[in-house]
Design a protein around this ligand. Sequence first.
Ligand SMILES: Nc1nc2c(ncn2[C@@H]2O[C@H](COP(=O)(O)OP(=O)(O)O)[C@@H](O)[C@H]2O)c(=O)[nH]1
Ligand SMILES: [Mg+2]
Length: 446
Amino acid sequence: MFQSLSANLERAIKSLKGQGRITEINIAATIKEIRRSLVQADVHYKVAKQVTDAIKQKAIGTNVLTSVSPGQLFTKLVQDALTDLMGGIHTEVRLTGHPAVILVAGLQGAGKTTLVGKLGHYYQKKNKSPLLVACDLYRPAAVEQLETLGAQLNINVYTEPLEQKPYTVAQNAIKEAKSKALDLVIVDTAGRLTTDEEMMQEICMLKERLTPSETLFVVDAMAGQDAVTTAQAFNEKLNFDGVVLTKLDGDARGGAALSIRSVVHKPIKFISTGEKMQDLDLFHPDRMASRILGMGDVISFVERAEAVYNETQQRSLQQKIKTNQFNLEDLDKQIQKIEKIGSIKEMVAMLPGLGKAMPALPLEDDLFKNCKVIIASMTVKERRNPHIIDQSRRERIARGSGKTIQEVNQLLKQFDVICKMMKKVHKKGSNLLGSLPSLLKKRSAS
Ligand SMILES: Nc1nc2c(ncn2[C@@H]2O[C@H](COP(=O)(O)OP(=O)(O)O)[C@@H](O)[C@H]2O)c(=O)[nH]1
Ligand SMILES: [Mg+2]
């Protein structure tokens, strides 16, 4: 995410290192570089100037403590300025009413329908019972897309024939939610341009009549300044409550994330970082700022890990390790869990220091694919009793998985190493993968 902005800011701040004192003269070049980096990331020139003026003013008025270098101090000042620019603190999504209603709007292709699925998934985990409503009645495929997502997530989807009016469908959906005691209705709508009067009237009317507790505007972060302009135009007509930025996993430069708040005066509430249903995070300005400055986002990582690991499963895993019963079936399950947290690339980017090294690392998302394919070709008995896998079984597994015998051998060897490692970690009183969230939390809190 925002790799070139991160690299440019870091370079700008580095140029200050070694300076014993902060003066207007020795920070001038750094300030200019920071401004240039922001403009290059597609932040509006005026906004970039406001930010760097604020940094400059604070920097000059600050005494450098002996314990921090001017570079460190500057990093902190930039982080604070970016955090402020993005709104300072996280703004909650408001869910009031029975059921609570979330209305989702935006341009075609912004990621609305995907978001409706993601929100359903997100709130289901928070013990809500959502109903997804297909109100994009202009394309049959849009209704099917939502139905597919609903089926995949095991969430109810409300649909009606395409001839219906969106308002009627949404209204009936709310009735249905009430009768089934579902407490959250998430309404998907058709993509529209702000220049299309009729379509804009339709969404405004939908909002007026449904009185949603949250109207979210979805926009593709890759559009940069255009995303900001579109948000502004939508907001003038629709007066939405918050923004969801999508496709931050792509090569968006950062301009939209950084400027929307200060230009449109509406908070970003969620960010979407991929096509999978779990690729959704709450937007926290401070975490985003630290991510931009290459300091990672441990807290979001921990939140995702916590959503995947539950304590009971963790204890039973611990028990298995203790009694030498950890087997290939368990390994397969662990791999699936790690994959649920996010793509490997995404996870690495969230961890401090690793993000920078990332472009150099050949991180493939199918890092575990070989393992999974080989394990899938084993019988249940083999998975549960890896020690019975002799040469002839290895040959059969290799044939079945389309892998070489060496690859099968390698997996089994790795499995042995993993088991030994886990036993060691376990002896030290820790509990392996599941302890990662709490370990990281401790570290980030200290
Ligand atoms: N890479 C990436 N793709 C996304 C993201 N959100 C949505 N998409 C993809 O963008 C395309 C359009 O999404 P869709 O939800 O149908 O957009 P809509 O027209 O606004 O409903 C689909 O192929 C989605 O899978 C995201 O955060 N990252
Ligand atoms: Mg759609």
